[in-house]
Design a binder for this molecule. Structure first.
Ligand SMILES: NC(=O)c1ccc[n+]([C@@H]2O[C@H](COP(=O)([O-])OP(=O)(O)OC[C@H]3O[C@@H](n4cnc5c(N)ncnc54)[C@H](O)[C@@H]3O)[C@@H](O)[C@H]2O)c1
Length: 239
């Protein structure tokens, strides 16, 4: 029961990593506020300021506190500079970067008043290593990593920790969609992604959920402002 008694908000909790994390957090004793555009008990568009404020208020009204915010909601954006329309750029930045900013701003007054809290922000290995045709997505995830460190400096004196996750390729509906969009033969795409991995395997949503659990729990009390890489060796080097 590594999260016993903790109230945890998980965004993007209807699918993939968010769903696996919400389930794992509940097994570990948390009261989970699962939020997504739809398909979860709580509705939120993380890019909408009023909706983020309502979600934070509902969590406090119903459960009395907020111990953990897992800013997991995110969308993909495929395209190099010329392929990326301004509309796609703004859509990706709105969910992935502005969403983390707005959700965090909505919960932070509660965490400061409690003098405790853990915010886990979903970045990506792409924040540190370039990948073809991902300009909007890479920029958004780089922003999340920088935002994490900046937030941590400001929030450390209030007892609030802020860390980021940097996953590699994790098999979720998100990646299945990307394989269909980017490769004529998705199986060839899967093989090509697998060949980048030192371990030869792609990750599962549970691989990332366990990392989120660690950062959410008090076990990581001495971990502040870090980016935890969960990528099967993708960024460690080439075999
Ligand atoms: N799958 C990977 O390989 C991978 C790698 C690195 C980082 N990530 C990041 O992990 C996070 C989760 O990805 P996943 O692979 O589980 O994707 P997914 O598509 O399976 O799940 C993402 C969830 O976010 C929700 N969402 C999208 N826009 C939203 C919004 N405006 N407000 C609230 N919810 C919204 C979706 O409805 C969906 O349920 C994303 O931030 C993604 O960028 C994924």
């Amino acid at each position: 029961m590594r999260l016993a008694g903790k109230v945890c908000i998980v965004t993007g909790a209807a699918s993939g990593i968010g769903l696996a994390s919400a389930q794992l957090f509940a097994v570990e004793g948390a009261t989970v506020v699962s939020a997504d555009l739809d398909g979860t008990p709580y509705r939120v568009d993380v890019g909408d300021e009023a909706e983020t404020l309502s979600l934070a208020a509902a969590a406090v009204a119903e459960h009395g506190r907020i111990d953990v915010l897992f800013n997991n909601a995110g969308i993909a954006g495929v395209g190099d500079l010329e392929e990326t329309s301004l509309e796609l750029w703004e859509q990706v930045m709105r969910v992935n970067a502005r969403g983390v900013f707005l959700m965090s701003r909505a919960v932070v007054p509660t965490m400061i008043a409690q003098r405790s809290g853990s915010i886990v922000n979903m970045s990506s290995a792409i924040a540190e290593t370039g990948l073809a045709r991902r300009v909007s997505y890479a920029a958004s995830k780089g922003a999340v990593l920088a935002l994490t460190k900046s937030m941590q400096v400001d929030l450390a004196p209030h007892g609030v920790r802020v860390n980021a996750l940097l996953p590699g390729t994790i098999m979720t509906p998100f990646v299945e969609r990307y394989l269909k969009e980017s490769y004529a033969d998705p199986e060839e795409g899967r093989r090509s992604i697998r060949s980048r991995q030192l371990g030869g395997e792609l990750g599962t949503p549970e691989d990332v959920a366990y990392a989120a659990l660690y950062l959410a729990s008090d076990e990581s009390r001495f971990v502040l402002g870090s980016g935890l890489v969960v990528d099967g060796g993708l960024s460690a080097g080439k075999a």
